[in-house]
Design a binder for this molecule. Structure first.
Ligand code: COA
Length: 199
C-alpha cells in the first residue's frame, strides 16, 4: 500500500497543496522513534492529547502492535525518507456492541502544518477503514480551540457531534473535548452482513 498522498486524497476530498514527495504508507517498527518524537512534542506543548507525560518508545511500540494485531491501519507520512506525520485507527470502545466504530488519531510534525499532510493521512485512514467494513469513524479532539484538527475533520466529511465541556485539565486550565463523527460506507443505512474484516 505505497500510495501517493495526492492520489489517495483526491478521491475523497479536495486536493490540497500536497508536497510532491509526500507518500503515505503503512508504518513500520523502524518509524516508531520518529513517531515517538512527533507525539512527544504535541504531548508537551499542545492540548490535542490529554496525555501529559510523553509515552516512551516501548509504550509507542505496544500501541503500534495493538493496532496492527487488530488489522487496523497505522500509517506514516513519509517525505523524502523522513517521517513527517502519522495516523492510525483503533477501537472507539472495547465493548462488543461498539465493534463497527473506530477512532482516529493523527499527528503532523511541528512546523509542517497546513501542507496537506493531515489530509493525506486521514483520507487514507477513511479509505482503509471503509474497506475493512467499519461503519463510523470518531474523532475525539482535545481543545475546542483546536482549529487545525476540527477543520481537517470537517473538510473530510466529519460532523461535530458534541462538546464535552472542561473534561481536561492541562497547563493550568480546563480544556474541552470535541467529538466529531463520519459515517463509513453505508453507515447506518444498512445492516452489516458480517463483523468487520480482520487482517
Ligand atoms: C490537526 C493536524 C493533524 C492537521 O494536519 P495538517 O497537515 O496541518 O492539515 P492539512 O494541511 O491537511 O489541512 C487540513 C484542513 O485543516 C485546515 N487547517 C489546518 N491547520 C489549521 C489551523 N491551524 N487553523 C485552521 N485551519 C487549519 C486546513 O486549512 C485544511 O482545510 P481546507 O483544505 O479546507 O483549507 C495538525 O495540525 C496537527 O498535527 N496538529 C497538532 C495535533 C492535533 O491536533 N492532532 C489531531 C488530534 S485529534
Amino acid at each position: 500500500m505505497r500510495t501517493s498522498a495526492r492520489s489517495s486524497a483526491s478521491s475523497i476530498a479536495r486536493n490540497p497543496i500536497t508536497p510532491s514527495d509526500l507518500h503515505v504508507r503503512p508504518a513500520t517498527p523502524g518509524d516508531l522513534p520518529a513517531i515517538q518524537s512527533i507525539y512527544a512534542h504535541h504531548v508537551l506543548s499542545g492540548l490535542a492529547s490529554f496525555e501529559e507525560i510523553p509515552p516512551d518508545i516501548d509504550e509507542i511500540r505496544r500501541r503500534f502492535d495493538e493496532v496492527s494485531s487488530r488489522g487496523l491501519p497505522y500509517l506514516a507520512a513519509d517525505m523524502g525518507g523522513s517521517v513527517v506525520g502519522y495516523g492510525y485507527c483503533n477501537l472507539f470502545r472495547a465493548r462488543s456492541a461498539y465493534r463497527f466504530v473506530l477512532e482516529d488519531s493523527i499527528y503532523v510534525k511541528d512546523g509542517l502544518f497546513g501542507k496537506g499532510i493531515g489530509t493525506a493521512l486521514l483520507s487514507l485512514l477513511i479509505q482503509r477503514c471503509t474497506e475493512l467494513g467499519y461503519r463510523q469513524l470518531i474523532a475525539v479532539i482535545g481543545d475546542s480551540g483546536n482549529a487545525g484538527s476540527i477543520n481537517l475533520h470537517a473538510s473530510l466529511g466529519f460532523l461535530r457531534s458534541g462538546t464535552l465541556r472542561s473534561t481536561g485539565f492541562k497547563f493550568g486550565r480546563w480544556v474541552d473535548t470535541v467529538t466529531m463523527q463520519r459515517p463509513l460506507g453505508d453507515g447506518d443505512g444498512t445492516l452489516p452482513d458480517a463483523d468487520p474484516l480482520e487482517a
